[in-house]
Write a protein that binds this ligand. Structure first.
Ligand SMILES: CC/C=C\CCC/C=C/C(=O)SCCNC(=O)CCNC(=O)[C@H](O)C(C)(C)COP(=O)(O)OP(=O)(O)OC[C@H]1O[C@@H](n2cnc3c(N)ncnc32)[C@H](O)[C@@H]1OP(=O)(O)O
Length: 316
């Protein structure tokens, strides 16, 4: 009966309502970038398996599901920096939903098709010079993506093969496990204050669940970006691995997680995350209004404009 519930309902919300045994496979997700332009060794190897099915219609996101292992690979491929546009956020939510409903899927690996960037976070252009209605629609899509990923009953592993600021870090933190390439040029963190904006309470709560209150407070106030080694030190990333092995290491880690009975892991995950999810669900509309009002302010628009101009300056 738990199996039925887990397969006919969506995400973790359902898991906690069922505390009985579940003989069915559970779900996992690995997110990764894939595109012809940004080939990754792991992704190519993955596609050689006959049982792999590609079922994403978007060119910004690829999702390959291996029916034999029950593991899906989700690759972000939105050049140049995998910024999270309204379109990509919507595709992500739909893709995650499809995986959640797929009875063969037990886990997801999330990664990037881009060689050096996991995700640049939210697409800043979606937050600049647009009407209020657009801000509301955009923010609802950000919430939806978070609800699907953080609330997924699947095993989710982030194979972080490049820099991952702000919303990129949020996606990685939503996963159950984070592996990052050991390249010191890469960085990860919630840098919102450096843009003159404020990470909302559910970004904060997600980070607190990963690194605890003190590290979260310091990281958020200072908008800290961590090198891979520093990220491991504060617990933001579980492990660094040589760059060329990130994907294979993610698959190996996934196999470890899949040895745990799905129903026990899912109910435990739900127990850990339910309060945080319920907090946003209870305040979803007011959070959207708050974002739309905040981002529409002249002072915030000026900050974002200055930040984007600085980003366009040649790098020293
Ligand atoms: C009440 C609540 C209110 C608000 C909450 C809002 C929460 C916000 C969350 C976010 O995610 S905000 C986004 C934060 N992201 C960043 O600060 C990342 C900025 N980008 C970078 O640091 C770098 O670009 C990089 C990702 C490390 C990649 O560096 P690289 O040198 O490889 O590329 P380059 O900097 O030259 O950028 C290429 C191209 O892409 C544009 N770009 C970069 N990031 C973004 C982005 N997040 N959104 C939109 N566009 C982005 C950059 O401007 C360049 O464009 P150009 O080619 O036209 O110059």
């Amino acid at each position: 009966m738990a199996a039925l519930l887990l397969r006919t309902s969506r995400g973790l919300g359902a898991c906690l309502r069922v505390a009985t045994g579940c003989p069915s496979p559970s779900s996992c997700v690995v997110a990764a970038w894939s595109s012809a332009r940004w080939p990754r060794e792991g992704a190519v190897a993955w596609r050689t398996h006959a049982q792999v099915r590609h079922y994403s219609s978007s060119d910004k996101l690829s999702i390959d599901m291996d029916d034999k292992t029950g593991v899906a690979v989700l690759k972000l491929s939105n050049p140049p920096v995998n910024s999270l546009s309204l379109e990509l956020l919507t595709e992500l939510a739909i893709g995650l939903d499809k995986l959640e409903m797929n009875p063969s899927c037990r886990g997801v690996i999330m990664t990037s098709a881009h060689p050096h960037i996991f995700s640049a976070g939210l697409d800043v252009s979606e937050m600049m010079g647009k009407p209020t209605e657009h801000y509301r629609e955009f923010w609802r899509a950000v919430q939806e993506m978070w609800l699907k990923l953080y609330g997924s009953s699947l095993v989710t592993i982030a194979a972080i093969n490049g820099s991952s600021p702000a919303g990129g870090c949020l996606m990685a933190m939503c996963c159950d496990y984070r592996l990052m390439a050991d390249n010191p040029k890469y960085s990860i963190g919630l840098n919102e204050t450096k843009l003159g904006i404020v990470a909302p309470f559910w970004f904060r709560d997600t980070m607190m669940g990963v690194v605890g209150t003190r590290v979260t407070e310091r990281s958020l106030q200072l908008g800290l970006m961590y090198s891979p080694a520093e990220a491991v030190h504060v617990g933001l990333v579980d492990r660094t691995v040589p760059e060329e092995t990130v994907f294979e290491e993610a698959r190996t880690e996934m196999a470890r997680w899949l040895k745990i009975p799905d129903h026990a892991r899912q109910i435990t995950k739900s127990m850990m995350r339910k309060t945080t999810i319920d907090h946003l669900l209870a305040q979803r509309d007011s959070d959207i209004s708050n974002f739309a009002n905040f981002i529409s302010k002249d002072s915030i628009q000026k900050s974002l404009t200055a930040y984007m101009q600085a980003l366009r300056q040649p790098k020293k």
